[in-house]
Design a protein around this ligand. Structure first.
Ligand code: FMN
Length: 289
């Protein structure tokens, strides 16, 4: 299916975009208007874009309903400061409640039961319960359109970082102690729990050989997946002829080689699943370079 976006309704486009660009981190933004009235709202069109200076951006879109602007944007236009609070799983239902379209001037800290803690360098308060909070100055607002659903990109520079003691190990932020959540399409969320996380080894000091360096029979294997090939291509060198010859001597490798290519590939895949990537490549190369 190929789509011309111009033929789609805004809700249909939102459905595609929020389902495709997911999971998205969530910025829980606290702002104040010129009179000091506090607002707190979540935004998942959000990310970090630089460390020097620390640069965040999030988009407070115009409402799909009528193209009107959100209180967060109006506040930032009056007071160009924001606290970007990062919320974890135990607080996500309260965060969702804070996204309710309350009337202008209604304080979502109160409605959603969060504690206002005075910031050090900016006027908006931070969320006391948040494990992480960034006090930011807003440098730029990019108006991305005037129709319903158009974005307003708020570009913010962090000037203060608050980290809760409970998410630190030896003074460093510890991912294992954070129970982060992300937004998917519709009303779906994702919890970055231990089972959901995995790691991919990456050569830091040298370059991976690349999938193009693997023999054709390996690249076109009926057994090995794209992930398997990616892991193999990440190795920093091909094994030597001696290493391959030594592997070929082993009884289980000999047995697989006698059975044929499929058996060798299955044996290599087993090694890959066990994390023995170099061993897997040696087994595969017993089948020929
Ligand atoms: C998890 C979550 C993520 C959201 N992300 C966005 C977003 O990226 N942009 C946006 O305009 N609205 C987003 N919303 C909706 C706003 O939070 C909602 O419109 C809110 O009422 C705006 O409040 P305000 O008018 O007080 O600024 C999101 C809501 C939730 C629950």
């Amino acid at each position: 299916m190929t789509i011309d976006p111009a033929s789609q309704s805004i809700p249909a486009l939102f459905n595609i975009l929020t389902t495709a660009v997911a999971p998205r981190p969530i910025c829980f933004a606290s702002t104040v208007d010129a009179a000091g009235r506090v607002n707190l709202s979540p935004f998942s069109f959000f990310n970090v874009f630089g460390a020097n200076p620390i640069t965040f951006a999030f988009s407070a879109s115009r409402r799909v309903r009528d193209g009107s602007t959100k209180h967060t944007l109006e506040n930032i236009l009056e007071v160009p400061e924001v606290v970007i609070n990062i919320i974890d799983f135990p607080l996500v239902e309260q965060l969702s409640l804070a996204s309710t379209e309350y009337a202008k001037g209604v304080n979502e800290f109160v409605k959603a039961g969060f504690t206002e803690v005075g910031s050090d360098l900016v006027r908006p308060p931070r969320v006391g319960e948040a494990p992480i909070a960034f006090e930011c100055h807003v440098d730029q607002i990019l108006d991305l359109g005037t129709g319903p659903g158009s974005g307003n990109l708020v570009i913010a520079r962090a000037v203060r970082i608050h980290l809760a003691d409970g998410v630190l190990t030896d003074g460093k932020l510890d991912a294992a102690k954070l129970d982060l959540v992300a937004r998917m399409g519709g009303n779906e969320y994702l919890r970055a729990s231990a089972e959901a996380k995995f790691t991919i080894p990456k050569p830091i000091h040298s370059l991976g050989i690349g999938i193009d360096q693997l023999p054709e029979a390996v690249r076109n294997s009926a057994v090995l997946t794209g992930n398997n090939l990616g892991r193999l291509g990440n190795l920093e060198r091909l094994p030597t002829a001696e290493e391959i010859a030594a592997t070929a001597e082993r009884p289980e490798v000999q047995a697989a080689a006698q059975e044929g290519e499929l058996a060798l590939h299955l044996l290599a895949q087993k090694a890959l699943l066990a994390g023995a990537t170099e061993e897997a490549l040696r087994v595969l190369l017993v089948g020929g370079r």
